[in-house]
Design a protein around this ligand. Structure first.
Ligand code: GYE
Length: 311
């Protein structure tokens, strides 16, 4: 009965908890899965989730956080669209004694303005992608085009620098064009079309590096429409590990991806629960795993394993 009492006490406490979640938007399949899994995790733990979709705008995120503070929520989850400009609003949350947990992207603010950050090592992801490509092309000359994520976002900055360091020791690999595709399929396709046009109908492109799978999927379409074979004429490497890229890998149209878990809320809520229980301060960065998958890793099975899991 002591255990039963303890369980019911936790359940009552959890039901009283309200969490504000300032989400960036729904630019990618990965993002949509993160939203779904955050809702599921919150529901399973008996929290009330106040969800706010910022439609990619930092000002909307700042307004949402201010309204969460005014409502007196118990914690705030923030997936910050860009890295800079958060100091004031994070300071306001701190003064209101509301713990903030960052999800999947980083901020430039001092780390005493938030409880912890859940995310992957974004530089490492880019580096893994670059090293994979360098190894794949060997001694061949390779002209690379790059589709960057949202300008000013930490994954766009870090995945770029990580990839550059991954290919740095290979003078035969060169990034010849690099532009933002804002992490979306539609822009990934559009920008790839312009790369193809500028690069001899795509014949001068050896590889595409996209900062996320969605842009790669859009670009694959552009490559096919140009009469070239993605995955063969133009190698394709990207990041996230969404079901559609595993499908493309199974079809031979993409070559490699670095997986990022969409379940950032699980570790975030675990940290919050420990903090609420006895003030336990988590590490400032709770790092999720990054794993490389190639066509040799049975992408059809990986597709089956992931579809429906929030995607
Ligand atoms: O890779 C991309 C997205 O912030 C790390 O955001 C995340 C990125 C993810 O929309 O698909």
């Amino acid at each position: 009965t002591v255990a039963a009492l303890a369980i019911s006490a936790t359940a009552v406490m959890a039901q009283d908890r309200t969490i504000g979640f300032s989400q960036i938007g729904s630019e990618s399949g990965w993002r949509a899965a993160e939203t779904t899994l955050t809702r599921t995790e919150a529901e399973e733990r008996g929290y009330q989730l106040q969800f706010s979709d910022a439609q990619q705008r930092q000002e909307n995120q700042i307004a949402a956080i201010r309204s969460f503070i005014a409502q007196g929520v118990d914690a705030i989850l923030l997936a910050p669209v860009v890295a800079t400009g958060w100091d004031s609003v994070l300071q306001e949350a701190k003064e209101a004694e509301i713990p903030v947990v960052l999800l999947d992207r980083q901020v430039d603010s001092s780390d005493d303005l938030y409880l912890t950050a859940v995310g992957s090592n974004l530089v490492h992801e880019g580096q893994v992608a670059g090293e994979w490509l360098a190894n794949e092309v060997g001694d061949r000359e390779c002209r690379i085009v790059e589709l960057q994520g949202t300008t000013g976002s930490s994954p766009a900055i870090d995945r770029k620098s990580g990839f550059e360091s991954g290919i740095a020791d290979h003078a035969n690999l060169e990034i010849v064009r690099s532009q933002t595709g804002d992490f979306t399929r539609a822009l990934g396709k559009e920008v790839m079309e312009s790369f193809i046009q500028a690069e001899n109908g795509g014949k001068d492109i050896c590889a595409l590096y996209a900062h996320n799978d969605d842009m790669a999927v859009g670009a694959i379409q552009a490559i096919k429409e140009a009469g070239l074979k993605p995955g063969e004429d133009i190698l394709v490497v990207s990041i996230d590990g969404v079901p559609d890229i595993f499908q493309a890998m199974a079809d031979g149209e993409a070559n490699a991806t670095v997986e990022l878990t969409p379940n950032m809320a699980g570790p975030a809520f675990d940290a919050l629960e420990a903090f609420w229980a006895d003030g336990t301060e988590p590490e400032k960065f709770l790092q999720t795993e990054s794993k490389l998958f190639t066509q040799a890793d049975d992408p059809a099975a990986e597709y089956e394993a992931r579809k429906g899991l929030g995607y």
